[in-house]
Write a protein that binds this ligand. Structure first.
Ligand code: AP5
Ligand code: MG
Ligand code: ZN
Length: 215
């Protein structure tokens, strides 16, 4: 099964993806996580991506398409996968479409996790992320607290606040989403693969709604 998770910054794509990994037994491919991991390793690609991420802008399509194109050739994807944060522009969606076509595959569900902008700002401002990139669990200081402050419930590593989770950059990410990524909602609607799920409410209820869509 191939799933695309669509939704604004902070809509809960990553949170739901982590739960779906257990449920479906397929991996999550988050382009944001790939760039943050590359930065941690200090690769040229990671350093280049950071200059865009710090401003809340999109990493150029050629870079992203190259990274994803390579990832999609890996053997762990035989049973399917979830794309989280990709595609984010029409050229990225077209590039993905071409890759899948050559592989004789197609997207089963493009799930839109729908959350109003004003709620997104509050979510991102209070987000805490696990430092251990193999884990990457997300928490929130108000809405989804870790049992022990600053410590990941899943793996016990320290939590940190992402560099781009500050109000100025959050506003820019929202503007970029509405301008460049929101058109993909119509794109997938036209293709018949769009599934809308409300992303407001308890995390478990949103997960149940996604499970229903997948049945
Ligand atoms: P990326 O890492 O993808 O960030 P994003 O899209 O801005 O999305 P987030 O990860 O911020 O949010 P999320 O939807 O995963 O929400 P989460 O589950 O964490 O991208 C970062 C940057 O990388 C981009 O700005 C860009 O520069 C670059 N990039 C990445 N992909 C790219 C691409 N394809 N093309 C070009 N550039 C690219 O939840 C957020 C918070 O809310 C958490 O604290 C969580 O605990 C809480 N929460 C979750 N669900 C709920 C709920 N139901 N109620 C209350 N709180 C909740
Ligand atoms: Mg995420
Ligand atoms: Zn962790």
């Amino acid at each position: 099964m191939i799933i695309v998770l669509l939704g604004g910054p902070g809509s809960g794509k990553g949170t739901q993806a982590k739960k779906l990994i257990d449920k479906l037994g397929i991996p999550q491919i988050s382009t944001g996580d790939i760039f943050r991991a590359a930065l941690k390793e200090g690769t040229p690609m990671g350093l280049k991506a950071k200059t865009y991420m710090d401003k809340g802008e999109l990493v150029p399509d050629e870079v992203v398409n190259g990274v994803v194109g390579e990832r999609l050739t890996k053997p762990d994807l035989a049973k399917g996968y979830m794309l989280d944060g990709f595609p984010r522009t029409l050229p990225q969606a077209q590039s993905l479409g071409k890759i899948l076509e050559t592989q004789g595959k197609s997207i089963d569900h493009a799930i839109l996790v729908d959350v109003p902008d004003k709620e997104l700002v509050a979510r991102l401002s209070g987000r805490r992320t696990c430092k251990n990139s193999a884990c990457g669990a997300m928490f929130h200081v108000m809405f989804n607290q870790s049992k022990q402050e600053g410590i990941c419930d899943v793996c016990g590593s320290n939590l940190y606040q992402r560099d781009d989770d500050n109000e100025v950059v959050i506003r820019e990410r929202l503007a970029v989403y509405n301008k460049q990524t929101a058109p993909l909602i119509d794109y997938y609607e036209t293709k018949g693969s769009l599934r809308r799920v409300t992303g407001v409410g308890p995390i478990e209820e949103i997960f149940a709604a996604i499970e229903k869509v997948l049945k």
